[in-house]
Design a protein around this ligand. Structure first.
Ligand code: UGY
Ligand code: MN
Length: 244
């Protein structure tokens, strides 16, 4: 359905909204029985890459020399690293440091959120090692004391990590208490529910399946609407000086 050329997707200088009707599937080097929807990458101005990998049973990702973070949106995947073998279900996630040998094999049709970023060393801190977790094991923290807005930090807030990935869950009607303007950039995947996102000088209706990139200093605000909680997975660069 061509919808007469209409879409909610938009690409602005300081933000991008990528909605499923505009997704183009592509194969990245080394992928087998899998495709990628690349949502954002350095060619569009970001310092990281984020894609959704759609794997058939037996499907796998190719290698990367960057750090890789994966979060299971749907399905089941087996992750083998040099020192571990783990099966990850929905809400399972893994941090794989730069150049860490690993294989990921889908047991069934699986969708993964994948974030890749070149590691920025910090003097005095040794690079992080492999970390595997499950979102439901991560304690929820009320953002600025608002019990209707829960944040789960999937990675430790340790100086060795140069990025953070959190989930944020808003009860219907909950909203960020302020318009944020900050040096960090964001990659955001809407997992459940929806609402209104302010990005720059525009307000957008947003729902599950959408992706948003926010450039550094992009004014941002979200309010959840509807009868079910709104939940998103959000990346930000973290723990590094703006001068690099
Ligand atoms: O962590 C954050 O900056 C987060 N509160 N931003 C956002 O939800 N747009
Ligand atoms: Mn923010």
């Amino acid at each position: 359905m061509h919808n007469l050329g209409h879409t909610r997707s938009t690409n602005q200088r300081d933000h991008l909204l990528h909605t499923p009707d505009t997704f183009i599937r592509t194969s990245l080097p080394g992928m087998q029985q899998a495709t990628a929807v690349v949502h954002i990458s350095p060619v569009a101005g970001a310092a990281f890459t984020q894609y959704t990998a759609e794997l058939e049973p037996g499907g796998t990702l190719g290698p990367t020399s960057a750090q890789r973070f994966i979060y299971v949106i749907e399905g089941v995947v087996d992750l083998s690293t040099a020192s571990s073998f783990k099966t990850l279900n929905v809400g399972g996630y893994a941090y794989l440091p730069a150049a860490a040998e690993h294989t990921l094999i889908a047991q069934q049709k699986t969708r993964l959120a994948v974030i890749e970023k070149n590691y920025q060393h910090l003097a005095g801190a040794s690079a992080p090692s492999v970390l595997i977790g499950q979102e439901s094991d991560v304690p929820a923290v009320a953002l600025m004391g608002d019990a209707d807005l829960e944040v789960r930090s999937l990675l430790p807030d340790a100086p060795a990590f140069d990025f953070a990935v959190n989930t944020m869950t808003y009860q219907p009607g909950a909203a960020l208490s302020m318009v944020e303007v900050h040096v960090m950039e964001h990659g955001l995947l809407m997992l459940e529910g929806g609402g209104i996102y302010r990005l720059g000088d525009s307000w957008y209706p947003i729902k599950a399946g959408d992706f948003i990139w926010m450039a550094p200093f992009c004014p941002q605000w979200f309010g959840a609407l509807g009868k079910v909680p709104a939940k998103y997975l959000i990346y930000k660069d973290w723990n590094r000086h703006p001068l690099g």
